[in-house]
Ligand binder design. Structure first.
Ligand code: 13P
Length: 257
């Protein structure tokens, strides 16, 4: 296991919490994560609570952002939220193409590519989720599935757009199941993603982080995030508990130099 630099841990709070919950949650995390040395921590919240994150986390090391974004800049798009609006609340991270959205709301690959571009234009960091279903893994086609998810962005905007962005390998079968991908599976796919992006890019592409998500908890943190190919994690259920999320961040921090 190698010593790591610049690990990033992002909580995906999904559609959970309330004003009362986030008031206490954000204050607790601000306190409990104040001594981290190297790890960067982000929280992707439901839109209505971004104002609270901006208010409570401004003086902390924790960054915040959203779980989705509209692909247009403004206009007649009922129910959508633009990148400019997210920027109004000093958002850093924007999750794009999460499988829960792709399945439930028929998110197209073209939409995902356009969202990625818009987020970059507004100076925020896209967290692009990619990953295969169990059927696809059992059929042995996980590489081609993930490759096509990345290509959807590359073919429209070029691979260099991945500079200063994050790709989260989230196998769909590992999300919400208590069965995380094994270190071998994670290592293989994270390396594959990195190679796929590099292959199409010019020398200019830099600072692409590849993180892992799916049933991460404090027991598997070191095993998964200690892998050389893995730059951190996208944490669902385990981010809802301040104690567990703090443990995960501290363990990730202990992997750094
Ligand atoms: P769980 O950590 O709850 O499996 O969710 C992972 C996820 O979907 C993060 O985006």
């Amino acid at each position: 296991m190698s010593s790591k630099e610049n690990v990033v841990i992002i909580g995906n709070l999904k559609m959970n919490g309330s004003l009362v919950f986030y008031d206490s949650y954000l204050k607790k995390l601000k306190e409990s994560l104040s001594n981290l040395r190297q790890v960067t921590v982000g929280l992707c919240l439901p839109y209505p609570y971004l104002f609270l994150a901006e208010r409570l986390l401004k003086q902390s090391k924790i960054k915040w952002g959203s779980q989705n974004v509209g692909k247009f800049s403004h206009g007649a798009h009922t129910g959508e939220v633009s990148s400019e609006m997210l920027k109004d609340f000093s958002s850093t991270y924007v999750i794009i193409g999460h499988s829960e959205r792709n399945t439930a709301y028929c998110e197209s690959e073209e939409n995902i590519a356009d969202k990625f571009k818009m987020v970059k234009e507004w100076g925020m960091t896209p967290v692009l989720c990619v990953g295969e279903t169990l059927i696809e893994r059992e059929a042995g086609i996980m590489e081609s599935v993930v490759q096509s998810q990345i290509k959807a962005v590359v073919s429209k905007y070029g691979a260099d757009i991945f500079s200063d962005s994050i790709v989260a390998y989230e196998p769909i079968w590992a999300i919400g199941t208590d069965t995380a991908a094994s270190p071998e599976q994670t290592n293989h796919m994270c390396n594959f993603i990195r190679k796929t992006i590099k292959k199409d890019s010019s020398q200019q592409v830099s600072n692409v982080k590849i993180i892992y998500g799916g049933s991460v908890n404090q027991k598997n943190t070191v095993q998964l995030f200690g892998l050389e190919s893995v730059d951190g994690g996208l944490i669902g259920r385990s981010s809802l508990s301040t104690d567990e999320f703090t443990s995960i961040c501290n363990l990730a921090d202990s992997l750094s130099n």
